[in-house]
Design a protein around this ligand. Structure first.
Ligand SMILES: NC(=O)c1ccc[n+]([C@@H]2O[C@H](COP(=O)([O-])OP(=O)(O)OC[C@H]3O[C@@H](n4cnc5c(N)ncnc54)[C@H](OP(=O)(O)O)[C@@H]3O)[C@@H](O)[C@H]2O)c1
Length: 356
């Protein structure tokens, strides 16, 4: 629970005190975002190697580098742990933090499978601690505006979702993107975004926070380490809505999220959250007749600072789940990702599977 600075009713809330677990790429990005959050304070960082924690702490100006992951979990000044380690470690690190009485923001994908996610959410429920899968774009004003425009009927009834998250990475077999022992694969690394987006938009259409596909057709290709490097899926949802989603770790950056309705389309110019800073981002509304219209969305924080502030506000309110990405939503995404991964043939030939 976020602590109150004093007991008077006008007391301002003390910042949420974060411990960062892991010192890799995203840990650095998040540490910088936390330093700009008025609702947060980073008190500790932990690494498998205490020297790395000390270096990270010096660069990011974090007061307490821990001797180990376990030592940071014993630190009573840490309210919440940000898990920034490879996917395969999320289950164990999250449960250790929850059992130590910490809230947890865990990087996506929350678990390697639906089973992992169920174990993690059961642990959060048992220990009465906040847990959220770190889908930053869900906490961003862009997503709120998109949902409001869809709810207001701007494009009429949504019928098609077209979403992709692809990027080119050099093939390094031991890198977590390609190493099966570290949870490699495009679906888990970036396919989780278009999947979560499609389920969120389907939820808007159904008047719910999210909706599950009734059918999933998918295929893709694995690389030499055996993990998927590109994948596509077609999802069928209630209300005549379907989605075409794709992802890759080996092909040029094409990031896309478009919702097409009976009266026009809404396209996100920076679909997975504006990363470049700036003071605004845009949705493009293209009506079936007439000229496209730019919808400007003012922004005053970075993508990750919005996420940190959202987490602090939810915890201050006493909730264990985020309304932007609750436990049922994470479980549904994991179930759909399980089906998508199972559809990727072992040896190149195309294949399809039927969903729930
Ligand atoms: N939300 C986003 O935009 C975003 C972007 C990138 C990544 N991510 C997610 O964040 C997680 C980490 O990704 P990353 O790109 O930051 O990875 P990374 O650069 O490889 O860093 C991962 C860190 O985890 C720690 N670690 C613990 N066990 C490890 C092991 N067995 N092998 C390697 N490192 C291990 C290491 O820190 P220590 O040695 O200090 O313990 C390492 O620096 C992934 O789950 C990924 O999906 C999210």
């Amino acid at each position: 629970m976020l602590r109150s600075a004093n007991t008077s009713s006008t007391a301002s809330l003390a910042p949420l005190r974060w411990g960062i677990l892991g010192t890799g790429k995203i840990a650095r990005t998040f540490a910088k975002a936390l330093s700009r959050s008025a609702m947060s304070e980073t008190v500790a960082v932990a690494s498998r190697d205490p020297a790395k924690a000390r270096t990270f702490a010096a660069v990011e100006e974090i007061p307490e580098p821990a001797e180990s992951y376990a030592a940071m979990l014993e630190n009573p000044r840490v309210d919440i742990v940000y898990i920034a380690t490879p996917h395969t470690t999320h289950l164990d690190r999250t449960r250790e933090a929850l059992r130590a009485g910490k809230h947890v923001l865990c990087e996506k994908p929350l678990g390697m499978s639906l089973r992992d996610v169920e174990l993690m959410t059961a642990c959060a429920r048992q220990h009465k601690r906040f847990l959220m899968e770190a889908f930053h774009y869900r906490c961003h004003p862009q997503t709120a505006v998109l949902k409001a425009k869809l709810q207001a009927g701007l494009i009429g009834k949504p019928r098609i979702i077209d979403a992709d998250f692809s990027f080119y990475a050099d093939f390094i077999p031991e890198d977590r993107l390609f190493n099966p022992r570290l949870g490699g694969g495009a679906i888990l690394d970036v396919g989780c975004y278009p999947m979560s987006f499609a389920r969120m938009v389907a939820g808007v259409v159904s008047g719910k926070p999210f909706a599950e596909p009734s059918n999933l057709l998918a295929t893709g290709y694995r690389g030499t380490t055996g993990v998927d490097e590109r994948a596509v899926a077609i999802l069928q949802f209630p209300q005549q809505l379907c989605a075409e989603i794709s992802c890759s770790t080996r092909f040029q950056r094409t990031q896309r999220a478009i919702v097409i309705g009976e009266e026009g389309s809404l396209s996100l110019t920076e679909p997975w959250g504006p990363r470049g800073g700036g003071t605004q981002t845009q949705l493009i509304f293209t009506p079936n007749r007439g000229t496209p219209e730019v919808i400007n969305i003012p922004i005053d924080r970075s993508l990750f600072t919005y996420e940190a502030d959202h987490v602090a506000a939810v915890i201050a309110g006493g909730a264990l789940e985020s309304p932007c990405m609750d436990w049922g939503d994470s479980a549904g995404n994991a179930r759909a990702l399980d089906l998508w991964q199972a559809a990727i043939p072992r040896h190149g030939s195309s294949h399809q599977t039927r969903g729930s």
